[in-house]
Design a protein around this ligand. Structure first.
Ligand code: AMP
Length: 117
């Protein structure tokens, strides 16, 4: 990521409050907001406030922050659903990643199928 990419990052703008989002949970270093195009009754994106490109970059740079992302995801799933959920990180365009600021998708609130490809 170049600094220009970070300056143009959609999720950095949401974290900064420069773009609106339906925030459902937050901690010192993590924010969770509803996906604008939900694929399930509960579809929440869990995002570290600090910019990292994808989950492997985050894991290498700050494993404690990744653990905090998981902690917030689990709390969201318990608060908004029954605590059973899928937590998805798309990594790379061919895997469906379209926003290059790491985010996990909490998918919950219904019986989930399994057709990822
Ligand atoms: P991914 O395709 O894994 O990178 O996920 C990006 C997700 O961000 C998609 O599910 C989009 O629907 C979602 N998204 C894009 N723009 C916004 C926004 N402004 N607020 C909330 N979710 C968004």
């Amino acid at each position: 990521m170049t600094s220009d990419d970070v300056n143009d990052c959609l999720f950095c703008k949401i974290v900064a409050g420069d773009l609106p989002a339906d925030v459902v949970d937050t901690s010192d270093r993590v924010v969770a907001f509803r996906d604008i195009d939900p694929k399930a009754p509960v579809h929440v994106l869990v995002v570290p406030k600090e910019h990292h490109g994808d989950v492997s970059v985050l894991a290498a740079a700050d494993p404690q922050l990744l653990a905090e992302v998981v902690e917030v995801a689990d709390r969201v799933a318990h608060d908004l659903a029954d605590g059973q959920y899928r937590f998805i990180f798309n990594s790379g365009p061919r895997a469906g990643q379209s926003v290059f600021h790491v985010h996990g998708h909490v998918i919950a609130g219904t019986q989930l199928g399994w057709t990822p490809a």
